[in-house]
Design a binder for this molecule. Structure first.
Ligand code: ADP
Ligand code: ADP
Ligand code: ZN
Length: 227
């Protein structure tokens, strides 16, 4: 299966992507993680992307499309992947369609996470990440046992610089300005599935699994094409 997670920052895309990718053996491709890795490694791409990420703005399409193309062409993505945070503009969505067409494939489902602005702000302001293993926590909703310490590996938890309130406001603005159009685009394609995401993590996971169960029962043959 080839799946996209669409929705505002902080909606819970990364959290659900972790669960689903493990369960369904899909590669979890997070554009944000790929970009942050590039920044950390000081690559040419990372140097270009850094200034945009810091301001909460979108990294130029060409840079992101190139990173995603490279990743999708990896062998481990042959049998399916889950894109989290990409595409975010119409140009990216069209580039993705082209890429998949060349590979004899197409997207199966786009999940659209519907959540209020109040929840977005609450979720982002409490988000904490493990500096060692990347695990995702929330000070209130998904707290670690020991304050500031990862349950899984003992690493130190930190807050992403772009999760500070000022940048969060800018990211929400950019989402409405540049990403929301994709909802119509995928609705027209007939592959958009809205997931009401105001509830707890488990309930959302169940909803996603139900949609996938129904979809895979009548999966068209093309999905087994070579990639
Ligand atoms: P995104 O990838 O969409 O930006 P995340 O998955 O990183 O969002 O979630 C943002 C924050 O909210 C994280 O700290 C996560 O632990 C928390 N979170 C995720 N889903 C929920 C939920 N359904 N209810 C409450 N908190 C959540
Ligand atoms: P969130 O889901 O919490 O908004 P991400 O980790 O997906 O955060 O993205 C963090 C930042 O990385 C974005 O604010 C943006 O600067 C950059 N970024 C990630 N994905 C894309 C994309 N598809 N196009 C452009 N910029 C992106
Ligand atoms: Zn950890």
């Amino acid at each position: 299966m080839r799946i996209v997670f669409l929705g505002p920052p902080g909606a819970g895309k990364g959290t659900q992507a972790e669960i689903l990718s493990k369960e369904k053996k899909l590669q979890h491709i997070s554009s944000g993680n790929l970009l942050r890795d590039a920044v950390e490694n000081g690559t040419e791409t990372g140097l270009k992307a850094k200034q945009y990420i810091e301001k909460g703005q979108l990294v130029p399409d060409q840079i992101v499309v190139d990173i995603i193309r490279d990743r999708i062409l990896d062998k481990d993505c042959r049998n399916g992947f889950l894109l989290d945070g990409f595409p975010r503009t119409l140009a990216q969505a069209k580039a993705l369609d082209e890429m998949l067409k060349k590979l004899g494939n197409k997207l199966d489902i786009v999940f659209y996470f519907v959540v209020s602005k109040e929840s977005i702000v609450l979720r982002l302001s409490g988000r904490r990440i493990c500096s060692a293993c990347g695990a995702n926590y929330h000070t209130k909703f998904v707290p670690s046992v020991k304050d500031g310490i990862c349950d899984k590996c003992g690493g130190k938890l930190y807050q992403r610089a772009d999760d500070k309130l000022e940048t969060v406001q800018e990211r929400i603005r950019i989402y409405h300005e540049q990403t929301e159009d994709l909802i119509e685009y995928y609705k027209k394609n007939g592959i958009l599935k809205e997931i009401e995401s105001e509830t707890d993590i488990k309930t959302i996971t169940k909803k996603i699994f139900n949609v996938i169960k129904d979809a895979s029962q009548n999966e068209p043959l093309i999905n087994f094409g070579v990639a």
